[in-house]
Write a protein that binds this ligand. Structure first.
Ligand code: ADP
Ligand code: MG
Length: 271
């Protein structure tokens, strides 16, 4: 290589660094020198080199987008479908949950999932695991305790911005409302939860967990007619998981206990 071509290469490299910075293409900026070397050595056509660079950029962007969406989803850490023991809830089919995680169409139609079961039956874990898998598959999810979201929406209502706050949640394909039954009486008096359910009806999905299936929901909404209307909209298109199993924690604790020998027979001393 002559001094002139070396200088020209250095100038090109400098200009590329500036231009790629300005275009915000950090992955290409990082990857191009090595790829260019391979391309030169192996005599790649220019189009192949360009395609390889763009593939790098796209793959990296997809990865960063998923990372960002995982962060904003506020999922409880560690609760994935991989760490969920499906044998503990035989009424929930793993294949069905995996189909939901791959969006077999339910998110497009705005269908819901309702998970019922006693405390510790794994509702939150299953909801978080499904949420996690959906984000990895490119969907946007927000996991929230129902009382927290209701509080946020109440604040918005006071500021006369409820509609906008609900519309902002549209960007999430799935809204997980964990522990619906824990909404307090004072919170029920404003009907923000009903407004949310009505606004998402047949458009955007929700996953709701609750200890009580419907019969105690009267205290979540300000009046019986509204409770009925809300339940009606929720169950119209929904998958219902009834997880009527014992607390997973308690079962795990029992399984850890050493097997006890039967108590020795006692001899009645008085006979
Ligand atoms: P719920 O929301 O129904 O009260 P959680 O999902 O919070 O129950 O479960 C309680 C604890 O038990 C959590 O630590 C959770 O990870 C664990 N757990 C529950 N069910 C399972 C399961 N099937 N496989 C693995 N861990 C489970
Ligand atoms: Mg829970």
């Amino acid at each position: 290589m002559t001094a002139t071509t070396t200088n020209a290469a250095a100038t090109d490299a400098g200009r590329l660094a500036l231009m790629l910075g300005e275009l915000r293409l950090p992955t290409i900026a990082r990857a191009w020198p090595d790829l260019a070397e391979v391309a030169n050595r192996e005599g790649w056509p220019a189009a192949r080199f360009l395609a390889a660079l763009l593939e790098h950029e796209l793959a990296d962007r997809a990865r960063r987008r998923i990372e960002r969406h995982l962060f904003e989803a506020r999922l409880p850490p560690g609760k994935t479908l991989d760490s969920f023991d499906f044998t503990a809830v035989p009424m929930v089919s793993r294949a069905h949950v995996l189909a939901l995680a791959a969006n077999d169409g339910w998110l497009d139609a705005g269908h819901h999932i309702l998970c019922f079961g006693p405390p510790g039956s794994g509702k939150s874990h299953l909801a978080a695991g499904l949420g996690h898998a959906l984000v990895e598959n490119g969907f946007r999810v927000l996991f929230t305790r129902t009382t927290d979201l209701v509080q946020r929406l109440q604040v918005a209502r006071q500021a006369l911005a409820l509609e906008a706050a609900i519309a902002k949640l549209d960007k999430y394909h799935l809204l997980v409302l964990d522990d619906l039954a824990y909404v307090q009486k004072s919170q029920a008096e404003t009907s923000v939860l009903f407004e949310l359910i009505a606004a998402r009806y047949e458009r955007r999905s929700m996953l709701i967990t609750a200890n009580q299936p419907f019969k105690e929901w009267g205290s979540i909404f300000p009046e019986p007619a509204m409770t009925l209307a809300a339940v009606d909209r929720l169950v119209h298109h929904s998958v219902i998981f009834e997880m009527n199993v014992d607390s997973y924690r308690r079962r795990a604790a029992n399984a850890r206990k050493p097997k006890q020998a039967p108590p020795p027979a006692t001899i009645n001393a008085t006979t």
